[in-house]
Write a protein that binds this ligand. Structure first.
Ligand SMILES: [Zn+2]
Length: 250
């Protein structure tokens, strides 16, 4: 679980778009996830990905039967380019409004100028969907994690994402800000208290999107519905962060 791979060019990570559950769709690439939520009154996109995978994102949205011009909001989990570099071009094309954690504003300006700055407890409401925003600093100072519900076959599921799980910014010369390691560990502990039925990945290795997506497509079995996966992943994040931190303290 939580295996990674790398490519020379981002577009080599092309993936099939698919519906994860209810009104939630995967439209990203390996390894940078993008998700689309069909609210019934327009679309919400979570993260846009790299500049050189913009065409794949747009293609994925069309292939699912939607139009990028119906994206009303782009919610960004944090300022890093693998989540935001395609945003300026996407906004130029569609006029979608952009949102990001307030404390990531200064750094994301190199990619785009956000319309809305998010803080703890804010919500993004569109159509049938209300996304609750939690500040989960650590990976970056303004990293946010989104939570919302979706329904499928009469059942309601709690959907959630850890908006910045990577330990790459938890080593001294890569720190996003002072105190980020302690914040990261606090964020992880806090996220563990939030029940999540369907864990969507900020990167595809977070929840093995590739494997679960393939099983879903070929057998119809939905292994994204897995309350334990969320907790397993958060434990993995905690252990890895502590290990990285220990190694660099030594
Ligand atoms: Zn990042």
């Amino acid at each position: 679980m939580f295996e990674r791979k790398t490519f020379q060019h981002h577009y080599e990570g092309v993936m099939e778009p698919f519906r994860i559950i209810g009104n939630v769709y995967f439209v990203g690439c390996f390894p940078a996830s993008s998700h689309l939520i069909d609210t019934g009154d327009g679309l919400i996109l979570i993260d846009t990905g790299y500049e050189d995978t913009l065409h794949l994102l747009i293609n994925s949205i069309y292939r699912l039967g939607f139009s990028p011009y119906d994206v009303k909001y782009i919610l960004h989990t944090h300022w890093h380019g693998d989540h935001t570099a395609a945003t300026a071009a996407f906004v130029h094309l569609t006029g979608a409004k952009t949102l990001i954690g307030a404390k990531d504003e200064a750094k994301v300006l190199k990619y785009f100028r956000p319309d809305v700055l998010l803080r703890e407890g804010d919500t993004l409401q569109l159509g049938n969907t209300t996304i609750e925003i939690l500040e989960t600093p650590g990976h970056t100072e303004g990293c946010i994690s989104p939570f919302f519900t979706t329904t499928e076959n009469g059942k309601t599921y709690r959907v959630g994402m850890f908006g910045g799980a990577g330990a790459n910014t938890l080593v001294p010369d890569q720190y996003d800000y002072d105190g980020c390691v302690a914040d990261y560990l606090r964020s992880v502990e806090r996220l563990k208290t939030i029940p999540v039925d369907v864990f969507i990945g900020n990167h595809v290795w977070n929840n093995d999107t590739l494997v679960r997506g393939e099983i879903l497509r070929t057998t119809g079995e939905n292994r994204f519905i897995d309350g334990d996966l969320w907790l397993q992943f958060l434990d993995f994040c905690k252990n890895r962060a502590e290990e990285v931190h220990r190694k660099h303290q030594a």
